[in-house]
Design a protein around this ligand. Sequence first.
Ligand code: PGA
Length: 265
Amino acid sequence: MRPFVRGPILLILMNHSRTQLIAGNWKMNCSRSEAIQLASHVVATLKPVDAQLLICVPSIHLADISRLIANSRVLLGAQNAHWQEKGAYTGEISVNMLADYQVSYLLVGHSERRQMFADDNKKVALKFEAALKNGLTPILCIGETLEQRQQNLTLNVLQVQCEAVVKQVGIKAFANACVAYEPIWAIGTGQTATPEQAQQVHQALRAWFAEQDEEIATNLQILYGGSMNAGNAEELLAQPDIDGGLIGGASLKADAFLKIYSAAG
Ligand code: PGA
Protein backbone atom coordinates (compact mmCIF):
# COMPACT_ATOMS: atom_id res chain seq x y z
CA MET A 1 0.00 0.00 0.00
CA ARG A 2 1.40 3.38 -0.94
CA PRO A 3 1.36 6.06 1.73
CA PHE A 4 0.94 8.94 -0.69
CA VAL A 5 -1.72 9.75 -3.21
CA ARG A 6 -0.64 10.22 -6.80
CA GLY A 7 -1.86 12.78 -9.33
CA PRO A 8 -4.87 11.10 -10.98
CA ILE A 9 -6.30 10.01 -7.65
CA LEU A 10 -6.25 13.57 -6.35
CA LEU A 11 -8.43 14.52 -9.30
CA ILE A 12 -10.97 11.85 -8.41
CA LEU A 13 -11.12 13.03 -4.82
CA MET A 14 -12.17 16.45 -5.94
CA ASN A 15 -15.13 15.01 -7.81
CA HIS A 16 -16.54 12.67 -5.21
CA SER A 17 -20.07 12.84 -3.90
CA ARG A 18 -19.78 10.82 -0.74
CA THR A 19 -22.35 11.38 1.99
CA GLN A 20 -21.06 11.10 5.54
CA LEU A 21 -22.23 8.23 7.70
CA ILE A 22 -22.35 8.54 11.47
CA ALA A 23 -22.64 5.07 12.96
CA GLY A 24 -23.10 4.30 16.65
CA ASN A 25 -21.75 1.02 17.96
CA TRP A 26 -23.49 0.34 21.25
CA LYS A 27 -21.42 -2.83 21.82
CA MET A 28 -22.72 -4.94 24.74
CA ASN A 29 -24.44 -2.08 26.52
CA CYS A 30 -28.00 -1.15 27.51
CA SER A 31 -30.75 -3.08 29.20
CA ARG A 32 -33.99 -3.26 27.23
CA SER A 33 -35.41 -0.14 28.87
CA GLU A 34 -32.14 1.78 28.49
CA ALA A 35 -31.98 0.81 24.81
CA ILE A 36 -35.53 2.01 24.20
CA GLN A 37 -34.85 5.23 26.06
CA LEU A 38 -31.64 5.94 24.18
CA ALA A 39 -33.08 5.22 20.73
CA SER A 40 -36.25 7.20 21.52
CA HIS A 41 -34.16 10.16 22.58
CA VAL A 42 -32.14 10.01 19.36
CA VAL A 43 -35.28 9.81 17.21
CA ALA A 44 -37.05 12.60 19.12
CA THR A 45 -34.21 15.13 19.18
CA LEU A 46 -32.65 14.43 15.80
CA LYS A 47 -32.29 17.52 13.64
CA PRO A 48 -31.76 16.22 10.12
CA VAL A 49 -28.59 17.25 8.33
CA ASP A 50 -27.15 16.03 5.06
CA ALA A 51 -25.61 12.86 6.51
CA GLN A 52 -26.72 9.33 7.35
CA LEU A 53 -27.31 8.22 10.93
CA LEU A 54 -27.01 4.59 11.98
CA ILE A 55 -27.18 2.75 15.28
CA CYS A 56 -25.73 -0.75 15.64
CA VAL A 57 -27.47 -2.22 18.66
CA PRO A 58 -27.16 -5.54 20.51
CA SER A 59 -29.13 -8.14 18.51
CA ILE A 60 -31.54 -8.84 21.36
CA HIS A 61 -32.81 -5.26 21.04
CA LEU A 62 -33.29 -5.27 17.27
CA ALA A 63 -37.02 -6.00 17.36
CA ASP A 64 -37.75 -3.17 19.80
CA ILE A 65 -35.50 -0.66 18.11
CA SER A 66 -36.62 -1.48 14.58
CA ARG A 67 -40.20 -0.62 15.60
CA LEU A 68 -39.02 2.53 17.29
CA ILE A 69 -37.04 3.94 14.38
CA ALA A 70 -39.60 3.04 11.70
CA ASN A 71 -40.50 6.22 9.79
CA SER A 72 -37.48 8.07 11.19
CA ARG A 73 -34.18 8.86 9.48
CA VAL A 74 -32.30 6.54 11.80
CA LEU A 75 -30.90 3.41 10.19
CA LEU A 76 -30.47 0.13 12.03
CA GLY A 77 -27.41 -2.09 12.10
CA ALA A 78 -26.25 -5.27 13.82
CA GLN A 79 -22.84 -5.86 15.36
CA ASN A 80 -22.25 -9.45 14.29
CA ALA A 81 -23.86 -12.43 12.57
CA HIS A 82 -22.92 -15.87 11.30
CA TRP A 83 -22.37 -16.34 7.57
CA GLN A 84 -24.36 -19.56 7.27
CA GLU A 85 -28.05 -19.26 6.59
CA LYS A 86 -29.07 -21.74 9.31
CA GLY A 87 -27.94 -24.87 11.09
CA ALA A 88 -26.26 -26.29 14.15
CA TYR A 89 -24.43 -23.16 15.33
CA THR A 90 -25.56 -22.84 18.94
CA GLY A 91 -25.67 -19.27 20.13
CA GLU A 92 -25.34 -17.70 16.70
CA ILE A 93 -27.78 -15.73 14.56
CA SER A 94 -27.66 -15.57 10.78
CA VAL A 95 -27.61 -12.56 8.51
CA ASN A 96 -30.92 -13.48 6.92
CA MET A 97 -32.53 -13.49 10.38
CA LEU A 98 -31.38 -9.87 10.72
CA ALA A 99 -33.01 -8.93 7.45
CA ASP A 100 -36.44 -9.55 9.05
CA TYR A 101 -35.88 -6.59 11.38
CA GLN A 102 -35.18 -3.78 8.89
CA VAL A 103 -31.49 -4.14 9.62
CA SER A 104 -29.60 -2.49 6.80
CA TYR A 105 -25.99 -2.55 8.04
CA LEU A 106 -23.70 -5.16 9.59
CA LEU A 107 -20.40 -4.51 11.34
CA VAL A 108 -17.83 -7.11 10.32
CA GLY A 109 -14.32 -7.56 11.62
CA HIS A 110 -14.51 -5.21 14.59
CA SER A 111 -11.20 -5.51 16.44
CA GLU A 112 -12.98 -6.70 19.59
CA ARG A 113 -14.39 -9.61 17.59
CA ARG A 114 -11.05 -10.27 15.91
CA GLN A 115 -9.20 -10.24 19.23
CA MET A 116 -11.69 -11.86 21.61
CA PHE A 117 -13.89 -14.04 19.40
CA ALA A 118 -11.44 -15.39 16.85
CA ASP A 119 -12.94 -13.59 13.88
CA ASP A 120 -10.04 -14.06 11.48
CA ASN A 121 -9.77 -12.61 7.98
CA LYS A 122 -11.50 -15.63 6.41
CA LYS A 123 -14.51 -15.46 8.74
CA VAL A 124 -14.71 -11.71 8.29
CA ALA A 125 -14.77 -12.17 4.52
CA LEU A 126 -17.54 -14.78 4.78
CA LYS A 127 -19.62 -12.49 7.01
CA PHE A 128 -19.06 -9.61 4.59
CA GLU A 129 -20.24 -11.81 1.72
CA ALA A 130 -23.30 -13.05 3.64
CA ALA A 131 -24.29 -9.46 4.45
CA LEU A 132 -24.20 -8.51 0.78
CA LYS A 133 -26.16 -11.60 -0.25
CA ASN A 134 -28.93 -10.61 2.16
CA GLY A 135 -29.07 -6.99 1.06
CA LEU A 136 -27.24 -5.56 4.08
CA THR A 137 -24.37 -3.11 3.78
CA PRO A 138 -21.29 -4.52 5.51
CA ILE A 139 -19.01 -2.12 7.36
CA LEU A 140 -15.58 -3.71 7.22
CA CYS A 141 -13.65 -2.70 10.34
CA ILE A 142 -9.88 -2.70 10.07
CA GLY A 143 -7.11 -1.37 12.25
CA GLU A 144 -3.64 -1.83 13.61
CA THR A 145 -2.33 -2.32 17.15
CA LEU A 146 -0.04 0.23 18.76
CA GLU A 147 2.87 -2.15 18.34
CA GLN A 148 2.19 -2.53 14.63
CA ARG A 149 1.99 1.24 14.23
CA GLN A 150 5.28 1.69 16.05
CA GLN A 151 6.85 -0.84 13.71
CA ASN A 152 5.52 1.10 10.72
CA LEU A 153 3.27 -1.77 9.74
CA THR A 154 -0.05 0.10 9.72
CA LEU A 155 -0.65 0.08 6.00
CA ASN A 156 0.50 -3.52 5.56
CA VAL A 157 -1.91 -4.68 8.26
CA LEU A 158 -4.82 -2.79 6.71
CA GLN A 159 -3.98 -4.08 3.27
CA VAL A 160 -3.97 -7.71 4.43
CA GLN A 161 -7.33 -7.18 6.18
CA CYS A 162 -8.87 -5.65 3.04
CA GLU A 163 -7.29 -8.11 0.62
CA ALA A 164 -8.92 -11.08 2.34
CA VAL A 165 -12.33 -9.58 1.65
CA VAL A 166 -11.53 -8.46 -1.90
CA LYS A 167 -10.36 -12.02 -2.62
CA GLN A 168 -13.68 -13.41 -1.38
CA VAL A 169 -16.15 -11.01 -3.00
CA GLY A 170 -14.22 -9.04 -5.63
CA ILE A 171 -13.48 -5.33 -5.66
CA LYS A 172 -16.80 -4.35 -7.27
CA ALA A 173 -18.66 -5.60 -4.19
CA PHE A 174 -17.31 -2.58 -2.33
CA ALA A 175 -19.86 -0.49 -4.23
CA ASN A 176 -22.31 -1.69 -1.56
CA ALA A 177 -20.03 -1.59 1.47
CA CYS A 178 -18.20 0.76 3.81
CA VAL A 179 -14.83 0.54 5.49
CA ALA A 180 -14.14 1.73 9.02
CA TYR A 181 -10.55 2.48 9.93
CA GLU A 182 -10.27 1.96 13.67
CA PRO A 183 -6.77 2.04 15.11
CA ILE A 184 -6.98 -0.43 17.99
CA TRP A 185 -4.94 1.84 20.26
CA ALA A 186 -7.61 4.52 19.88
CA ILE A 187 -10.66 2.39 20.67
CA GLY A 188 -12.16 3.12 24.07
CA THR A 189 -8.93 4.70 25.25
CA GLY A 190 -9.71 8.39 24.84
CA GLN A 191 -6.60 8.54 22.67
CA THR A 192 -7.92 9.60 19.25
CA ALA A 193 -5.78 9.55 16.14
CA THR A 194 -5.05 13.15 15.22
CA PRO A 195 -6.98 14.39 12.18
CA GLU A 196 -3.68 14.36 10.25
CA GLN A 197 -2.83 10.79 11.30
CA ALA A 198 -6.31 9.59 10.37
CA GLN A 199 -6.40 11.48 7.07
CA GLN A 200 -3.01 10.08 6.07
CA VAL A 201 -4.23 6.53 6.56
CA HIS A 202 -7.61 7.16 4.90
CA GLN A 203 -5.90 8.72 1.90
CA ALA A 204 -3.50 5.79 1.57
CA LEU A 205 -6.35 3.33 1.90
CA ARG A 206 -8.35 5.04 -0.81
CA ALA A 207 -5.27 5.04 -3.02
CA TRP A 208 -4.94 1.31 -2.47
CA PHE A 209 -8.56 0.75 -3.49
CA ALA A 210 -8.07 3.08 -6.48
CA GLU A 211 -5.24 0.90 -7.74
CA GLN A 212 -7.85 -1.80 -8.18
CA ASP A 213 -10.85 0.26 -9.20
CA GLU A 214 -10.90 4.05 -9.30
CA GLU A 215 -14.66 4.39 -9.31
CA ILE A 216 -15.07 2.12 -6.30
CA ALA A 217 -12.39 4.07 -4.44
CA THR A 218 -13.96 7.42 -5.27
CA ASN A 219 -17.35 6.44 -3.91
CA LEU A 220 -16.25 4.30 -0.97
CA GLN A 221 -17.25 5.67 2.44
CA ILE A 222 -14.27 5.29 4.76
CA LEU A 223 -15.26 5.97 8.36
CA TYR A 224 -12.91 6.74 11.24
CA GLY A 225 -13.42 5.07 14.60
CA GLY A 226 -11.58 5.29 17.91
CA SER A 227 -12.55 7.72 20.67
CA MET A 228 -14.46 10.02 18.35
CA ASN A 229 -16.59 12.33 20.45
CA ALA A 230 -18.54 15.58 20.35
CA GLY A 231 -15.34 17.56 20.94
CA ASN A 232 -13.11 16.11 18.23
CA ALA A 233 -15.62 15.03 15.57
CA GLU A 234 -15.74 18.24 13.61
CA GLU A 235 -12.02 18.34 12.91
CA LEU A 236 -11.86 14.64 12.03
CA LEU A 237 -14.91 14.81 9.77
CA ALA A 238 -13.50 17.85 7.98
CA GLN A 239 -10.68 15.74 6.53
CA PRO A 240 -11.20 15.09 2.82
CA ASP A 241 -10.97 11.29 3.06
CA ILE A 242 -12.91 10.81 6.29
CA ASP A 243 -16.50 10.06 5.35
CA GLY A 244 -18.02 9.55 8.75
CA GLY A 245 -17.41 7.90 12.08
CA LEU A 246 -17.92 4.65 13.93
CA ILE A 247 -18.60 5.71 17.47
CA GLY A 248 -18.62 3.53 20.55
CA GLY A 249 -18.68 5.27 23.93
CA ALA A 250 -20.09 8.57 22.70
CA SER A 251 -22.99 6.83 20.94
CA LEU A 252 -24.42 5.82 24.32
CA LYS A 253 -25.33 9.43 25.06
CA ALA A 254 -27.96 10.72 22.66
CA ASP A 255 -26.85 14.36 22.93
CA ALA A 256 -23.17 13.64 22.29
CA PHE A 257 -24.02 11.30 19.44
CA LEU A 258 -26.30 13.84 17.77
CA LYS A 259 -23.64 16.54 18.15
CA ILE A 260 -21.29 14.34 16.15
CA TYR A 261 -24.03 13.84 13.59
CA SER A 262 -24.56 17.61 13.31
CA ALA A 263 -20.84 18.07 12.74
CA ALA A 264 -21.13 15.76 9.74
CA GLY A 265 -23.79 17.78 7.97
P1 PGA B 1 -14.96 4.15 20.95
O1 PGA B 1 -15.26 2.79 20.13
O2 PGA B 1 -15.64 5.26 20.20
O3 PGA B 1 -15.53 3.91 22.31
O4 PGA B 1 -13.48 4.31 20.95
C1 PGA B 1 -15.26 2.77 18.74
C2 PGA B 1 -15.53 1.38 18.25
O5 PGA B 1 -15.06 0.41 18.87
O6 PGA B 1 -16.22 1.19 17.23
